[in-house]
Design a protein around this ligand. Sequence first.
Ligand SMILES: Cc1cc2nc3c(=O)[nH]c(=O)nc-3n(C[C@H](O)[C@H](O)[C@H](O)COP(=O)(O)OP(=O)(O)OC[C@H]3O[C@@H](n4cnc5c(N)ncnc54)[C@H](O)[C@@H]3O)c2cc1C
Length: 332
Amino acid sequence: MEGEIRMSEFKGVWVFSENHELALELLSKGRELADKMQTQLTALLLGSNVQNLAQTLVQHGADKVVVVDKPQLKQYQAEPYLTALTTLAKQHSPDIILFGSTRFGKELAARLATRLETACVPDCTKLSLDNQGNLMAERIVYGGNAAATIRFHMKPQIATIPARTFEKPVPIWDRTGQIEFAEMAFEELKTEIVEIKQLEASQVKIEEARMVICGGRGVEKKEDFKMLDELAQLLGGQVGNTRPLAEDRKWFSEWVGLSGHKIKPTLYIGCGVSGVIQHVAGIRDSQIIVAINKDAEAPLCEVADYVIVGNLYDVIPALIEALKKELKTSSS
Ligand SMILES: Cc1cc2nc3c(=O)[nH]c(=O)nc-3n(C[C@H](O)[C@H](O)[C@H](O)COP(=O)(O)OP(=O)(O)OC[C@H]3O[C@@H](n4cnc5c(N)ncnc54)[C@H](O)[C@@H]3O)c2cc1C
């Protein structure tokens, strides 16, 4: 058929995230896949006034950086980004495109897959290659009770990867690579972003937080979250919550867990959180899990590294006081 691309004509591994830190993390897995496939690793750098980041991408493992630096890409709007991604993908036919699993990244990945008539696997926790060099992606399914391994049969193979799934590569400061500026025509936008309101700091990118203090139904009043906020601030972390506090009590609009934000901080402290499977599926990759619960039999206590059995209204103020003392001593 005229214009048909054969599987053998696809080449290269591409990574893209509008979140620069996440893009660097994708480069570590991208590098591994590209080396195994003996192909090139390309980072896409799309945005407005972003070209100064190109060298960092090379230092973190990209062989090539394709830069589309245009005013049309100043705001995260799917239409112009899709134009850029579709144009580039059609020109170069990469084997694999890895996106960061941000809201924007997931939207772009799915829509790009539709445009390229290929498949997209979201929120992959593991990636590998089978004997034929096809991408194999693992993702958590069935409420966190199983992991599905999915093999791609079409190219490009598009997958999205949550933050902190892969470690950022160690940069090589004198590493060299090719930086290419791509030109393309953008259509007039069909929609316009009229206003952007900044979210409260505690609600921003909980996936990237190193410390997460999570409140559950054991917290009786919304005002009591001030206590959790104070603990989070002392630890330099962020506050999260379980789904019933959002869905039933309407205190928040988002939550942590399988159907919400999946996190993998260095330290997770669950305060009055029972730790049923749907919640634990979203926190199980945390390095250290601490449960503060008055019920020693709560499921979270089974998966926790440390359990404080007690009333959170006694335990959290005591922790805050102890931390303040510790911080005062270490600063004097
Ligand atoms: C399809 C589906 C998807 C879901 N997805 C998610 C998800 O992504 N995230 C999520 O969180 N939930 C999710 N849920 C809901 C989930 O099943 C649980 O209902 C929820 O996680 C329980 O929240 P919780 O731990 O805050 O409340 P509870 O289960 O009621 O637990 C409260 C805990 O607090 C303890 N406690 C009470 N008072 C105190 C106190 N003063 N001091 C110390 N401890 C105290 C209790 O001992 C108890 O263990 C989902 C459910 C479904 C059906």
